[in-house]
Design a protein around this ligand. Structure first.
Ligand SMILES: NC(=O)C1=CN([C@@H]2O[C@H](COP(=O)(O)OP(=O)(O)OC[C@H]3O[C@@H](n4cnc5c(N)ncnc54)[C@H](OP(=O)(O)O)[C@@H]3O)[C@@H](O)[C@H]2O)C=CC1
Ligand SMILES: O=C([O-])CC(=O)C(=O)O
Length: 252
């Protein structure tokens, strides 16, 4: 059975714990000790109120569902401890220097950084763009203003530009754009909209290249405890973990 340590005991942490069949969560850590204690009690893990104690527990993978800052702070130490890391706050890898450093550490110690598909689809075959660079790679994200803690009366464009700039301004709402860029091998263009008429987190991906045209539209149910985060993102981590040891690998 795969043993994981869970870094981040918020919304995604709770969904993972609730559906962790076949996966043993041995330790959990959150910057807010009460959250770690509450989640630990739910899933039979050890509650850790500091990172060092967490790292002393027995697990082979850390699942990060905390924040970009958590990846920046703990990513290297996790890899150097001999564990793989699954990073949901993938926006941390938007900054090239940090990304190259972390990937260099992973290479040096022979460990892996895994990026789940999260709240988007298509990361598998978007890797063709690393072979055949696309003419266009655009993500249009539309969320209810509540997801961004805003109150607006009409559909409004909050951002238009490149993913690495967008994630700086909206670190909890556009990790998907960074994941798309990492899959495709180039920074994605992003439009971020809020619309009081939509109930879901809608991600539309437009790609054009010598291979043809791609349009993907994902209409995600927001998670119960954090509307900025789609429920699918937590399911995606569970699917990744369940398939880790499967000898049959599906998707590019
Ligand atoms: N790649 C993707 O497609 C997606 C990525 N995400 C990202 O996944 C992450 C988790 O999402 P979600 O569970 O909804 O978020 P939540 O805010 O519900 O939970 C995150 C938890 O981690 C804690 N935390 C934050 N920073 C640290 C740290 N440095 N050390 C320890 N604990 C920390 C938070 O505390 P506090 O509240 O005090 O910050 C909170 O308790 C977010 O970064 C989100 O943006 C989400 C959806 C899709
Ligand atoms: O990518 C993110 O940060 C969150 C997101 O858009 C989603 O969960 O739909």
């Amino acid at each position: 059975m795969i043993k994981i340590g869970l870094l981040g005991c918020g919304n995604v942490g709770h969904i993972i714990a609730a559906h962790a069949g076949g996966i043993q969560i041995t330790a959990v850590y959150d910057i807010i000790p009460e959250r770690a204690e509450e989640l630990a009690a739910l899933c039979g893990a050890r509650a850790c109120t500091d990172f060092e104690t967490f790292m002393h527990d027995e697990f082979s993978i850390v699942v990060e569902a905390a924040s970009i800052n958590a990846v920046r702070t703990f990513g290297e130490a996790i890899l150097r401890s001999g564990r793989d890391i699954v990073i949901l706050s993938v926006g941390a890898l938007a900054e090239e220097d940090f990304r190259e450093h972390l990937v260099g550490v992973a290479r040096e110690v022979g460990k892996r950084i895994r990026i789940p598909s999260g709240a988007i689809l298509g990361l598998d075959n978007l890797k063709i763009c690393q072979v055949s660079p696309p003419r266009q790679l655009l993500l249009r994200t539309t969320k209810n203003p509540v997801s961004l803690g805003m109150d607006v009366a009409a559909r409004t464009e909050l951002f238009k530009g490149l993913a690495h700039d967008c994630i700086r301004q909206f670190p909890k709402n556009i990790n998907v754009a960074v994941a798309l860029g990492l899959a495709a091998g180039r920074d994605a263009e992003v439009e971020l909209w809020v619309d009081p008429a939509v109930e879901r987190n809608i991600h539309e991906v437009f790609v054009e290249g010598e291979f043809g045209d791609i349009y993907i539209r994902v209409s995600n149910v927001p998670s119960p405890d954090n509307p900025a985060t789609s429920y699918m993102a937590a399911l995606s981590i569970l699917a990744l973990l369940r398939n880790l040891e499967n000898p049959l690998v599906v998707g590019t």
